[in-house]
Design a protein around this ligand. Structure first.
Ligand code: SF4
Length: 351
C-alpha cells in the first residue's frame, strides 16, 4: 500500500501519486480565488473538459486537482498562515490527517506559465472516456486565440504556447487551423507545441509553420480495448504518424497520451511504453478520469477504474527506466503536459 510520509511537509513522488489517484479535493471558495486563471472557467479539452480545477505546488512538484465542495471528501484543502508557514498557504489533509503543505498556484490559460488553448471544443469522434463530444462546444476564431495569447504574454509569465483541438468537422481542417495560428504566433519567440489528430502531412506542415513539439494521442496501447473505446480512431495510423513525427521534430519532442485505467494490464502498458519509446516517442501516462458525462464507459469497459497510487508510481518508474534505455528525457520538453506535469507523474521530474 502506498503510504504518505511519516513527516508531512513537502510533496514527493509518493504524495503526488496519492493526490493524482484521488483526483479531487474539497477547497474553500476563497482559496480558489487565489488560483484564478487569466482566462477563468473549466478545462475545454480532453477527458478533463468541463471540470473546474486548481493547481497545488510543493517541493518542486505541481499537481492539478478538481475542486468540489464536499466536507466528507478524502482530500481537504485548508488555508494556513502564510508568514508562520514560511510561504506555504495551504495544508492538504488526506483521510483526516495532514498530508502535505504548499501553495495554490494560479494558472495562466489552462495551466501555469502557458497559454494552452483549445481551438475546437467539440469532436466528431466519440471516444468513450471523453466528455468533449457530449459538451459540443464552439470553435474559437483565430482572432480570439491571438487575443488570448497576447493577454497571457502581457502578464510577463508566459513561457510556452500550446494548441490543442477536438475535431469540429474534419481532422485536416483542424491541422490547417493550427498551422495558420502557429505561423501567426511565432512572433512571440516562445516554444509552440500542438496536439491534434494527425493527418498524412500534419507533422511536416506544423514543423514548417514553427511548432517545436507535437502530441498525437494513442489513448491506449491495448488493441482490444482501443477497438471498443476509440472506435473512430485508427491506432496504426496514429503510430505511423508518431514515427514520422519523431523523424521530423527530433528526440524528446514527440509525445502521446496513454490512458491508465481502461482495464489494460501492467504488462500491456509496459509493452506499449517500450513500443512508443522504440520509435522515439515519450508516452504520457494519464490517469483515467471517470467523467459524469460518460456513464456509458462502464458498459463499454466494465474493468475501467481510476488507478491507485501504487500503480501510478510503479508504471511511472518503469517508464523512466525505459526512457533511459532509449536515451529519451521527459524533463526537457517545453510545451504542453510534460513541463506542466499537473496531471501525471513525469519521469525525470517527479520520479
Ligand atoms: S498536465 Fe496537461 S492536461 Fe494536465 S493540467 Fe497540465 S497541461 Fe493540462
Amino acid at each position: 500500500m502506498c503510504k504518505p510520509n511519516q513527516h508531512p511537509d513537502n510533496m514527493d513522488s509518493r504524495i503526488k501519486a496519492i493526490l493524482i489517484a484521488e483526483g479531487s479535493a474539497d477547497i474553500e471558495p476563497e482559496l480558489l480565488s487565489t488560483s484564478k486563471a487569466l482566462v477563468p472557467g473549466p478545462s475545454t479539452a480532453g477527458p478533463g473538459a468541463g471540470v473546474g480545477s486548481f493547481f497545488f505546488r510543493s517541493g518542486g512538484h505541481l499537481v492539478r486537482l478538481e475542486h468540489r465542495r464536499d466536507p466528507d471528501a478524502t482530500l481537504i484543502v485548508r488555508r494556513i498562515d502564510e508568514k508562520a508557514a514560511g510561504g506555504d498557504n495551504v495544508i492538504i489533509f488526506y483521510k483526516g490527517r495532514e498530508l502535505v503543505r504548499g501553495r495554490i498556484e494560479p494558472a495562466l490559460i489552462h495551466c501555469p506559465e502557458q497559454a494552452y488553448i483549445t481551438l475546437s471544443e467539440s469532436c466528431i469522434f466519440d471516444c468513450a472516456f471523453c466528455p468533449v463530444p457530449k459538451l459540443g462546444g464552439r470553435t474559437k476564431t483565430a482572432g480570439e486565440v491571438r487575443r488570448m495569447v497576447d493577454d497571457a504574454y502581457r502578464t510577463g509569465n508566459l513561457r510556452a504556447i500550446s494548441i490543442t483541438s477536438g475535431i469540429e468537422r474534419l481532422p485536416g481542417e483542424e491541422v490547417t487551423r493550427a498551422v495558420d495560428l502557429v505561423k501567426s504566433l511565432t512572433k512571440y519567440n516562445l516554444p509552440i507545441g500542438v496536439s491534434v489528430y494527425p493527418t498524412v502531412d500534419s507533422s511536416i506542415r506544423l514543423k514548417e509553420a514553427g511548432a517545436v513539439e507535437i502530441k498525437y494521442n494513442v489513448e491506449t496501447m491495448d488493441r482490444e480495448i482501443f477497438g471498443r473505446v476509440c472506435a473512430d480512431m485508427d491506432l496504426d495510423f496514429v503510430l505511423a504518424s508518431l514515427k514520422d513525427a519523431a523523424g521530423i521534430f527530433g528526440r524528446n519532442r514527440v509525445f502521446a497520451n496513454f490512458i491508465i485505467g481502461l482495464g489494460e494490464s501492467d504488462r500491456t502498458v509496459r509493452k506499449g511504453v517500450e513500443a512508443l519509446a522504440g520509435i522515439g516517442v515519450i508516452p504520457i501516462l494519464r490517469t483515467l478520469n471517470l467523467h459524469p458525462l460518460r456513464p456509458d464507459l462502464a458498459k463499454i469497459c466494465p474493468d475501467a477504474a481510476r488507478p491507485d497510487a501504487d500503480r501510478l508510481l510503479r508504471l511511472a518508474r518503469f517508464e523512466r527506466d525505459i526512457l533511459d534505455a532509449h536515451g529519451l528525457r521527459a524533463d526537457v520538453s517545453e510545451t504542453m503536459c510534460l513541463p506542466c506535469g499537473g496531471c501525471d507523474l513525469v519521469p525525470h521530474r517527479d520520479v
